[in-house]
Write a protein that binds this ligand. Structure first.
Ligand code: PHE
Length: 476
């Protein structure tokens, strides 16, 4: 059945469904793939320290701001922001926060679908491998036990050398995302989150325990939690940590406004936002504790970049008892996580298109799904046909970035924080105080603290980090 409910009338069926869907949006490749990648490339502990600080002081207060804009407006992200502005006697131009957000989040989905395609590739190869092991009577063999490590290392380069396969996998993932969004809020997004998220948590815990037992847990703890502050003050680390906080919590004028719009009046947004922020950063840390012990135990480098999860882990699972099973489970887990995030990325523009052009949800989902897939080709082909293209060489830090790195870096380091900055100024200073306070569900000192964070700490800190990011020379 195809849902035809216009935005403004769709609802989650319960508070738990809202929490699961929003956590499903937050927890994704950002935690499993991007967090270890960024931590590995930005010095481990220093990055993790600022990431946690930014989640607590900037991202969590903003998460509450976004959900409240959505719930108050009960419309698409752009219309919800404009509605709150009008009700507050402020300019509807504040909806710029959601316009920037819509563009950024739609662009994020273009490369997100590509990485999720890589995940699908490993679901397939590790699944076939596990099947072989079971048929061969050795269900607890290491991953790709019949292959050499050198061969396993070539899995990723081989995939990259095959544009047709890459694009096909990206297409499959985008098709799944589009179909879920087309089915609507309850029948599609909520149903997916309610099944996939609990499965995700169980699998993640099992893999972390496995990593702690079989891997080098001590080395991982040291790497993630011993901050080297000299490293932290190098240009790039602060904006990387802030960008990751936004990316991981699905912040920056989009997903959380969209999902907040389907929350019921009696949901306490303050405590709900706290739970989501805590769950998401918890999963990032746990994912780090699952991945780095394995990386270190087989002597691999943590700063491998975007291929860390895909090149190091299969090789590591190779050497480990039960690796075939655990490797397969890990990629299935990553696939679940990616899907519950990608639907939130697509929902933002789909809700807007349905509302603005009075299109059916199904048609809007198809339209946006295809558009995102097509733009995503730039990222998919960044590893082969378009490998030599440098789209924004004039931006400091992006001289050598291909399409994939440029779209990822610009959206999370620039667009998401920019949208967050506008949101913080709007909510902290221009939106009707009484109305906003009532929506938060907070009271007493917690409310006072939240108001202080959103009015002062968020705008000043985000602005400062944006400036530092734009002029990397400042700290260098
Ligand atoms: N938070 C998601 C993840 O960690 C990605 C995402 C970003 C989703 C922005 C929605 C909006 O994978």
């Amino acid at each position: 059945m195809i849902a035809t409910t216009p935005p403004g009338q769709a609802r989650w069926s319960s508070r738990a469904a809202f929490v699961l869907a929003a956590t499903g949006s937050a927890v994704g490749l950002g935690n499993l793939w991007r967090f270890p990648t960024e931590a590995g490339m930005n010095g481990g502990g220093a990055f993790v320290f600022f990431y946690i600080l930014f989640v607590a002081l900037i991202a969590a207060p903003l998460l509450l701001s976004e959900t409240l804009i959505g719930r108050h407006g009960q419309r698409s992200t752009i219309a919800s922001a404009a509605y709150l502005a009008r009700q507050s006697g402020a300019s509807p131009a504040w909806s710029a926060l959601a316009i920037v957000g819509l563009i950024a989040n739609t662009l994020i989905l273009t490369f997100y679908g590509v990485v999720a395609g890589w995940v699908l590739y490993f679901v397939y190869t590790s699944g076939a491998d596990l099947l072989g092991a079971i048929v061969g009577g050795q269900p607890l063999a290491g991953a790709y036990a019949t292959e050499s490590v050198d061969h396993i290392r070539t899995l990723m380069p081989n995939l990259f050398a095959n544009p047709v396969l890459l694009v096909g996998l990206q297409f499959l993932f985008m098709a799944a995302t589009t179909l879920i969004v087309a089915r609507g809020v309850k029948g599609g997004i909520e149903a997916a989150a309610v099944w996939l998220m609990p499965a995700f948590f169980i699998l993640l815990l099992a893999i972390t325990v496995y990593a702690a037992i079989t891997g080098d847990f001590g080395a991982a703890l040291t790497f993630l939690f011993t901050p080297d502050f000299e490293r932290a003050l190098q240009p790039g680390v602060l904006s990387a940590a802030l960008g990751q906080a936004f990316f991981s919590l699905s912040l920056g004028g989009g997903a959380m406004i969209a999902y907040g719009a389907y929350a019921s009046r009696d949901t306490n947004l303050g405590s709900t936002s706290g739970i989501i922020a805590f769950a998401d950063s918890g999963v990032a840390i746990i994912a780090g504790l699952a991945i780095f012990p394995i990386v270190f135990s087989v002597g691999l480098e943590p700063n491998a970049g975007p291929t860390l999860m895909f090149q190091t882990l299969p090789a590591a699972f190779h050497a480990m008892p039960g690796g075939a099973l655990v490797g397969f489970l890990f990629f299935v887990l990553a696939f679940f996580a990616a899907l519950t995030s990608s639907v939130s990325l697509l929902e933002i523009s789909v809700a807007w298109v349905t509302e603005k052009f009075r299109m059916s949800r199904f048609n809007a989902a198809m339209l946006m799904g295809i558009l995102v897939f097509l733009i995503g080709l730039l990222s998919a082909l960044s590893f082969n046909l378009l490998a030599d293209q440098r789209p924004i060489p004039f931006v400091p830090g992006f001289e050598n970035a291909n399409w994939f790195d440029a779209i990822d870096g610009m959206t999370s380091r620039l667009f998401l924080p920019l949208s967050g900055l506008i949101t913080a100024i709007f909510i902290g200073w221009f939106a009707d105080r009484k109305l906003v306070n009532a929506e938060t569900g907070l009271s007493g000192p917690v409310l006072v603290m939240w108001r202080f964070l959103i009015a002062w700490v968020c705008p000043l800190a985000v602005a400062a980090i944006l400036v530092i990011g734009l002029f990397p020379g400042l700290l260098g």
